[in-house]
Each structure stands twice: as structure tokens, then as C-alpha cells.
Write a protein that binds this ligand. Structure first.
Ligand SMILES: Cc1ncc(C[n+]2csc(CCOP(=O)(O)OP(=O)(O)O)c2C)c(N)n1
Length: 343
């Protein structure tokens, strides 16, 4: 069965000029945070592993602009953009990346495990495909408590080849749970092209197997992402059940910082940078409609740079956790209540 390429409108029906600038601000804040993180990682300030979302900012931004603070998301190993767009503070994120005590997980989670339940960010996840069933669990809680919250599960094309994908979509479908599955098809899973490793032409084709609607859109056009997310989230929130949205994008940076990228040519990447950068495309869109000028764009960039510089300083100035704290917060109960559990 052919995939459903839906044309969602390429204009905003009701967003004010200020709200449209807000979308651009979020995209620029994500880009600025990550560009600095890349440098800091290469300067050995940030330990561990870092996967950048550069080039994919339109998806987190367009989706999250349609969510409430009380809605939930589950993220991936490439989660900085999701966290920022859902309302996470960049200073606590940066501190987490540094391994500092003031970070979201007290410095013990790092880039791939940022979570903040107070804003509905149920966690980035180092396990590919690890977020699907957490989102389904959140959807079950909304069903039992009869709230109108929704859960959004972001996932890569590679993750759609895991068994957890099948379990999650099947259960969400039979129980008509308020879960929206957002695929970020950046055309690679590590070094493997999506077309090689995936049995269908479009990830959205897979929705049919679970009795739900599936659509494919241009994930580098924040206007289309916003409009698609608005319609689908509205439907799911009022009880229409789960839905799958595939957003076609492109990972501009390596799979991780330091990736030698032998699986693609520099020319291919350069073409995407020139023709398909979601931030450039949105600035062009706004300029064509006389909704922004160069000075305003410059101001947005400047403000993002000072925010991220302050976040970096916060992280630099923060202490590391004490060695005695290493085993704290590993469980949701206090180990002293269960002395039989050996640590
Ligand atoms: C269960 C599991 N298998 C393998 C890995 C190693 N791994 C990390 S990222 C990745 C590729 C994921 O690709 P995709 O889901 O398309 O996300 P993308 O990196 O493109 O954003 C793999 C295989 C892992 N972290 N977890």
C-alpha cells in the first residue's frame, strides 16, 4: 500500500508574528546550544558521548509548540533539541553534560539521559527504541486518570526496526491510547542508510500494520511540522487514538561528535546545508512574507549566544558530585528502606 503523503498547509492559520518569531528562537537556541556543545566536547570539557540534533530542529520545535507543559514526551540518544523545546533550562542541561552536581540528573546521566518530569520530559534514552513503551505507559496513565494529556514518542528510523516499536504501536492501537509517534527520519541509523535497513519505503507505511493513520511530511519545514502536529495532536487529545507522523530530515553532523563519516560524501552533506537547513529555510519563509528583518534575526542569534554563554559559565562554576553520592538516586525507593537489596 502506498504511503500517505499528506500536504499540510505551508502557512500559519492563527500564529501571530511574535509566535512565529518564537518558533525561530527555539530553533536558534537549540542550534546555538549544540554548536557550543560540539566545541566543548572537542575541547574535552564534556565527557562521554554526544549526538547532535543539528539540522533536525524544525521537528522538536514544531511539535512541542503544540504541546502543553503537562503533556509528556520521550526522547532519544539525540535529545537536546527535544529537551530545550519542551522547556528545559539550558544551564542545567549544560551542567549535566559537564557531569556537574547542578545538572538535571545531578551530573550522573550526561547527554543521553536528561529528564525533567516537572515539564513532562520523561527522558532522553541511550537505548535505541527505549522510549516507545514509556510513552505508552504515560498514555495508559492518562486513560486511567481520564485526563486529556497526550504523550509524544520521538524516535529515529533505526529505532522503528526494534521489537519495542511493534509492542508499543500495537498496544497503543488496541487501547486507543493518546500517544503520537513522531519519527525523525534523518536517513541514517549510525552508518546505515535507512533504505538499506528498512523493509518499507516509508516509516509511515508501518502505521497500517497497527490499524492507525500514518503520514509523511517534510521535517525540515517547521511550518508544515507545526500544522501537521497541531492537527494530529488535537485529534489524539480528543480521543481519536494514536497516530504516526514521519518527518523527513537530514542529520547534518556525524552520528556522534568525532564520527569519521565514511558512509557519505562531504558533497552530499554540503548540498543539504545549502539547500535544506531548516533554520535558513524558515528565515527565508518569514522574510518573503515580510514577517522578520535582518536586525530581528541578528537579535535572536545574539540573545541565544548570551544565554548559552551563561549556561556554560554556570556549568563551569558548578561543583562535581561527591564520590559518596555515586550510588544515590539509582532507584525510585530509598535503599535504606530495603536493606536486603545489596548495592
Ligand atoms: C538497543 C540498542 N541497540 C543499538 C544501540 C547502538 N546505537 C546507538 S544510536 C544507533 C542508531 C540509531 O539510529 P536511529 O534510530 O535512526 O536514530 P538516529 O541516530 O539516526 O537519530 C545505534 C544502533 C543502542 N544504543 N541501543
Amino acid at each position: 500500500m502506498p504511503f500517505q503523503k499528506r500536504e499540510f498547509p505551508n502557512r500559519f492559520a492563527e500564529l501571530s508574528r511574535e509566535d512565529q518569531h518564537g518558533l525561530l528562537k527555539t530553533m536558534v537556541r537549540i542550534r546555538t546550544f549544540e554548536s557550543r556543545v560540539e566545541e566543548l566536547f572537542l575541547n574535552r570539557k564534556v565527557p562521554g558521548f554526544v549526538h547532535l540534533y543539528i539540522g533536525e530542529e524544525a521537528i522538536a520545535t514544531g511539535v512541542m509548540a503544540n504541546l502543553r507543559k503537562s503533556d509528556w514526551i520521550t526522547s532519544t540518544h539525540r535529545g537536546h533539541g527535544h529537551a530545550i523545546a519542551k522547556g528545559a533550562q539550558t544551564d542545567r542541561m549544560m551542567a549535566e553534560l559537564y557531569g556537574k552536581k547542578t545538572g538535571y540528573c545531578k551530573g550522573k546521566g550526561g547527554s543521553m539521559h536528561i529528564a525533567d518530569f516537572t515539564i513532562g520530559m520523561l527522558g532522553a534514552n541511550g537505548v535505541v527504541g527505549g522510549g516507545f513503551n514509556i510513552a505508552v505507559g504515560a498514555g495508559i496513565s492518562a486513560m486511567i486518570k481520564k485526563t486529556d494529556q497526550v504523550a509524544v514518542s520521538f524516535f529515529g528510523d533505526g529505532a522503528s526496526n526494534r521489537g519495542t516499536f511493534h509492542e508499543a504501536l500495537n498496544l497503543a492501537s488496541i487501547w486507543k491510547l493518546p500517544v503520537i509517534f513522531i519519527n525523525e527520519n534523518n536517513q541514517f541509523a549510525s552508518t546505515t542508510p535507512t533504505s538499506y535497513a528498512t523493509s518499507v519505503a516509508r516509516i509511515s507505511d508501518r502505521a497500517k500494520g497497527y490499524g492507525m493513520e500514518g503520514y509523511t511530511i517534510d521535517g525540515n519545514n517547521v511550518v508544515e511540522v507545526y500544522n501537521a502536529a497541531a492537527e494530529l495532536i488535537r485529534g489524539t487529545r480528543k480521543g481519536d487514538g494514536p497516530v504516526l507522523l514521519e518527518c523527513i530530515t537530514y542529520r547534518i553532523k556525524g552520528h556522534y561528535v568525532g564520527d569519521p563519516e565514511r558512509y557519505r560524501s562531504k558533497k552530499e552533506v554540503q548540498k543539504q546545508v545549502i539547500e535544506n537547513d531548516p533554520i535558513t529555510r524558515f528565515i527565508d519563509y518569514l522574510k518573503e512574507r515580510k514577517l522578520i528583518d535582518d536586525k530581528e534575526v541578528e537579535k535572536i542569534r545574539r540573545e541565544a549566544s548570551s544565554e548559552i554563554a551563561a549556561s556554560e559559565k554556570f556549568a563551569e562554576d558548578s561543583p562535581y558530585p561527591e564520590p559518596e553520592e555515586a550510588c544515590n538516586d539509582l532507584f525510585s525507593f530509598s535503599p535504606s528502606e530495603f536493606p536486603e537489596v545489596a548495592l
